[in-house]
Design a protein around this ligand. Structure first.
Ligand code: HEC
Length: 312
């Protein structure tokens, strides 16, 4: 029965794994997750307990791992917490739920969508691997969040989990006529897309843009260009206007008299092409008349392109 109990947990983990597959690693949000279990003493007194510290993740291949801190058990009675930790859990630091999820089945779930998923995994507790399989209810809260909860009441057998001796001692110490040997378990796991995940995340996109150049720094670099270039449409100086230059064909500024070299160049100003030209103008357009020998630092090139992208 313990199996079943923890089964719920692993199921949840499995579900998460599926979600993770969507992009990259998913991390368990411990504060939003909950793993609770119940007990009945003297046949009549039902109580709810939980584990306060859960950590976990789902890797790209759909492997779900949830670590349950055993000393974080909360039974709302100090002496009982201590006895559980020492006598039932033998002072062990953690139990681990692992499961593999069918990523393909989960990938299609849109934000706001829900599904029920079969999860198979195992609970590693006190040196034993207890197989767990159960149904979990999965809700995709957003692009970046997935919640997995137990779909049925799960039961964990005290004997299956190898906890009989500890529970016997507990029962004796507390002078109880009985403590449930089958423990109901419920789980809620919330997984969040890791920082390197989520193509869908605007934050991630912003980071990428920033990585490819900083327009504020590029503005300073552009001081080297502005004696000859402006971004204003039709405003040519010593050099042609750079209005809408990114993606444009070379030598396309209206009213500017380009050198023959430029007229023949036939380039398209992709950011890569622009980077190559600004690093080494003479080499990219041999014989051009731009009185500028190029930018030596790669950073300057990327930053000035970011500024051009923003301004032109
Ligand atoms: C001393 C003046 C001068 C400076 C400084 C200068 N340029 Fe130029 N630039 C020119 C001239 C002149 C041309 C056209 C060359 C030709 O026709 O051969 C040109 C051409 C270009 C072109 C091609 C435009 C087109 O329509 O195909 C780009 C892009 C460009 N410059 C960007 C820059 C950037 C960015 C900087 C600063 C990092 C810079 N230039 C610095 C004078 C300058």
């Amino acid at each position: 029965m313990l199996n079943s109990l923890f089964r719920g947990v692993s199921v949840a983990a499995l579900i998460f794994a599926g979600q993770a597959a969507l992009s990259a690693d998913w991390v368990l949000d411990g504060a939003s997750s909950k793993l609770a279990f119940g007990s009945v003493k003297k046949d009549t007194v039902g109580e709810v307990h939980s584990f306060e510290e859960l950590t976990g993740s789902v890797s790209k291949d759909g492997t779900v791992t949830v670590a349950i801190s055993l000393p974080s058990v909360e039974t709302f009675i100090d002496i009982r917490n201590e006895r559980m930790i020492d006598l039932v859990f033998n002072g062990e630091a953690q139990a681990t739920l692992t499961a593999k999820v069918d990523i393909a089945a989960l990938e299609a779930l849109p934000a706001g969508g829900t599904m029920v998923s079969d999860v198979e995994g195992k609970l590693s507790l006190l040196g034993r691997d207890i197989p767990v399989e159960t149904e979990m209810f999965v809700a995709r809260l957003s692009d970046r969040k997935v919640m997995v909860t137990t779909n049925d009441l799960l039961f964990l057998g005290v004997e299956d989990a190898g906890l009989t001796k500890g529970v016997d001692i507990l029962q004796e110490l507390a002078k109880l006529s009985g403590i449930t040997r089958t423990v109901p378990v419920t789980a809620r796991f919330v997984f969040e897309a890791g920082s390197d995940t989520a193509q869908a995340s605007p934050a991630a996109q912003e980071t990428e843009v920033a990585l490819s150049g900083d327009p504020a720094k590029g503005k300073k670099v552009f001081r080297k260009c502005q004696a000859c270039h402006s971004f204003e449409e039709g405003k040519n100086g010593t050099g042609p206007s750079l209005h809408s230059i990114i993606g444009a064909g070379s030598a396309a500024a209206d009213g500017f008299k380009y050198s023959g070299a430029f007229q023949d160049a036939n380039l398209t100003w992709s950011e890569d092409q622009l980077a190559a030209f600004l690093s080494d103008p003479k080499n990219v357009v041999p014989g051009n008349r731009m009185g500028f020998k190029g930018l030596k630092k790669d950073d300057d090139v990327q930053n000035v392109i970011a500024y051009i992208r923003q301004e032109s």
